[in-house]
Design a protein. Sequence first.
Length: 257
Amino acid sequence: MGLLTGKRALVAGVANKRSIAWGIARCFAEEGAELAITYQHERFRENIEKLVPELPGGAIVLPLDVADDASLTALPALLGERWEKLDILVHSIAFARTEDLQGRFSDVPRDGYALAQDVGAYSLVALSRVLLPLMQAAGGGSVLTMTYLGGERVMPSYNVMGVVKAALESAVRYLAYDLGSDNVRVNAISAGPLRTLASSAVKAATALRDVPERTPLRRNIALEDVGRAAAFLCSDWAQNITGQVLFVDAGFHIMGI
């Protein structure tokens, strides 16, 4: 029996095998969860379908573009064709244009700012709303999203994404309050720097990967570390934890320099 045996989890945000979302999906599967994984565009579908056989029990693969209201609205029905309930939602989605992660934050244009906030923060709100009926059918559930220290402190080259993560963390708290009466918990994991597709666009994250000696534990983290923490937060062992940001970063966030 694993921590998540009998649970059904939707993981949104897998791009490839280096994605944090993929690390979470693998850990969830190992802990006994049934999985559904979403892809944003058709060009990503083949990548996801090649990864799915690596999961014990496989996974349902569904389309989802969080910037498209029609796609969001269609998701519960697509998922409902296979499952009558949903226990876990993992949101690992963010996007900003490369030029909006460079130069001065004050130079970010209105449309770039709005796009980053829409995809990176509002999508958590929208997904939680449309999937709530399936979680209510399960008698409650757990929502988990991914954040980063740049939402609390200035990280050069993180720019607009830092502001997005600050909004995302605030949304976690407000959603935790809103959905608590439905027995739905909402939390976030703030992961240390990892070599992912998303982080490749952030120069600061690249630099931090090279200085594990700056962490109290003198090491970097791995995808598995995030996956295990996610499994705990989404399990019944964490049934009274909500509205929290859990740091999985070898202690980097406590350091002053």
